[in-house]
Design a protein around this ligand. Structure first.
Ligand code: NDP
Length: 240
């Protein structure tokens, strides 16, 4: 039987590349998204992968969303917590709402999705959870106290949950991407981005498919001894 995966934020950017790479491995994939129905429909049209809308920052919505996916595709074996947002600003300018929203979606989303799927994985003796962190959670980034805190939290969450799942065939790992060519990075002002690229030893932005390669490895049947790790994929920008 094919494994079933949910990729949150799977309808564009890094998430789309992850969906496609898992599909190529013979995995049955469900792509979650947050609100952009037009992009989600275009994604399903070009990939044939079903898209399911719910807010990963909403606990009940995750429980309901997983139930819907499982009714359609079967029990979920693989969760890729990829959905993420930015609400940048220096501390002095950052609102409470911008802090709360980024923590709720980026970090809370990982908790909510794990809560919705962990018991099932445990009962079946197999699970793969991959959490998408960030180089900015490892190194910090000016103007991103909310995002860096959430992503750094993901790395701790990963190491703690890995210990809970290990004996039940569940692995929990993280990937910390560097700067990847997606809509999120397109939103960074050109002059700022130029300075960032100048600091990447590879001399370029990463491609979404290069993050997806890491997910394929970490979710593989033969990756059961890789647990609690963070895979940095950043062109050599930050060696951690
Ligand atoms: P994009 O902004 O291109 O795509 C984000 C995806 O997440 C979309 O599918 C979006 O859905 C979905 N999403 C946003 N909010 C929610 C929500 N509340 N509930 C469910 N889905 C949601 O992001 P990237 O592909 O660039 O980034 C993917 C992940 O990688 C993020 O976690 C990001 O922090 C991380 N990352 C990205 C880096 C980069 O350089 N791009 C670097 C390091 C980490 P919708 O289309 O409906 O809005």
């Amino acid at each position: 039987m094919a494994r079933v995966a949910i990729v949150t934020g799977g309808t564009r950017g890094i998430g789309e590349a992850i969906c496609l790479a898992l599909q190529q491995q013979g995995v049955t994939v469900a792509a979650n998204y947050g609100g952009d129905d037009v992009k989600a429909k275009a994604f399903t049209d070009r990939t044939g992968i079903a898209a399911f809308k719910w807010n990963v920052g909403d606990h009940q919505a995750c429980l309901d969303g997983v139930k819907t996916v499982e009714a359609a595709l079967g029990p979920v074996d693989i969760v890729v917590n990829n959905a993420g947002i930015t609400r940048d600003g220096t501390l002095m300018k950052m609102s409470h709402e911008a802090w709360d929203e980024v923590i709720r979606v980026n970090l809370g989303g990982c908790f909510n999705m794990a809560k919705a799927t962990f018991a099932g994985m445990k009962s079946r003796g197999f699970g793969r959870i991959v959490n998408i962190g960030s180089i900015n959670g490892q190194a910090g980034q000016y103007g991103q106290v909310n995002y860096a805190a959430a992503k750094s939290g993901i790395h701790g969450f990963t190491k703690a949950l890995a210990q809970e799942g290990a004996r039940f065939g569940i692995t929990v790992n993280a990937i910390a991407p560097g700067y990847i060519d997606t809509d999120m990075v397109a939103a960074v002002p050109a002059d700022v981005l130029e300075k960032i690229v100048a600091k990447i030893p590879a001399g370029r932005l990463g491609q979404a498919s290069e993050i997806a390669r890491g997910v394929v490895f970490l979710t593989g049947e033969d990756a059961g001894f890789v647990n609690g790790s963070t895979l940095s994929i950043n062109g050599g920008q930050h060696m951690y």
